[in-house]
Write a protein that binds this ligand. Structure first.
Ligand SMILES: [Zn+2]
Length: 269
């Protein structure tokens, strides 16, 4: 799955490039999306007012009051450029804005919708609080964590607790908090809970400002994307030296999931 920093980078690109533009055409390149043709066609000549992200869903607010939604699969990403720069660029769905194009690769067919505000909100009911939401406070975090059993690794990858955090960022967050992923949640001290809360925010923000871990360029001349991949502290680094203490990074199994950690740094002290 795409994790939150990458989703947020895609949202930011779309907001920066597409807000204010008028849609002039949809071109469907993937057969699996052909059935959407007439529904999308109705949106030609509408303008995008605003772009938001609701967990995995990208939502275009259109000037006709409707919401155009879509989500990317794990390999999906957007690419924005002038039509003349598009040589060799593919995509499942292309949204044109006059002489500029947005190429959407890896869009999940079932996620594409043209919805009213009410339909959108109903579909998202009961969704957990996004870790980047202002309402995700230390108190909220403590409250949700206190209902959780099992290990830190399981808690950090629980979509009901932290939507958008998966295998990679859960390990990086645990490292930043200096807590082992196989610590039991019930054994965490107040300080450790707070350290995890801070690590969630700092890890996500650091990744976003460094371009996330996915290397695909999102526009011509994009030099930022994928930059966080070189800063990973533990994920995928089994046997390599810890950047903090020099010990070997270990790969362990926690409740059936693999987790990377530094046995020396992540003792919870
Ligand atoms: Zn270390």
């Amino acid at each position: 799955m795409l994790e939150l920093p990458e989703l947020e980078l895609y949202r930011a690109l779309l907001a920066e490039r597409c807000a204010g533009l008028r849609i002039t055409a949809f071109t469907i390149k993937n057969k699996a999306l052909k059935h959407l043709k007439s529904r999308l066609q109705e949106l030609v000549d509408t303008s995008i007012w605003f772009v938001e992200r609701r967990y995995r869903l990208i939502v275009f607010h259109l000037d006709n009051g409707k919401r155009l939604t879509f989500a990317f699969n794990e390999l999906g990403y957007p690419y924005f450029c002038a039509a003349e720069e598009a040589k060799g660029i593919k995509g499942d769905l292309i949204i044109s804005f006059g002489d500029k194009n947005l190429y959407l690769t890896g869009v999940e067919s079932e996620s594409i919708g043209v919805l009213s505000v009410k339909q959108l909100e109903e579909g998202l009911k009961g969704q957990a609080l996004d870790p980047l939401d202002k309402r995700f406070t230390p108190a909220k975090w403590n409250e949700s964590l206190s209902k959780k059993r099992g290990y830190v690794k399981s808690a950090l990858t629980d979509a009901k607790l932290l939507p958008g955090i998966g295998p990679l960022y859960s390990d990086e967050i645990a490292f930043a908090a200096r807590i082992s992923p196989n610590t039991k949640v019930s054994d965490l001290s107040g300080e450790q809970r707070e350290a995890l809360y801070k690590a969630i925010g700092s890890t996500i923000r650091q990744s976003i400002s460094s371009g996330g871990v996915k290397g695909q360029r999102l526009f011509p001349g994009d030099e930022l994307s994928g930059g966080f991949g070189e800063q990973l502290q533990v994920y995928g680094r089994e046997g390599e030296a810890c950047r903090r203490c020099g010990s070997e990074i270990a790969r362990i199994t926690v409740a059936g999931r693999k987790a990377y950690c530094c046995p020396q740094c992540q003792t919870g002290n």
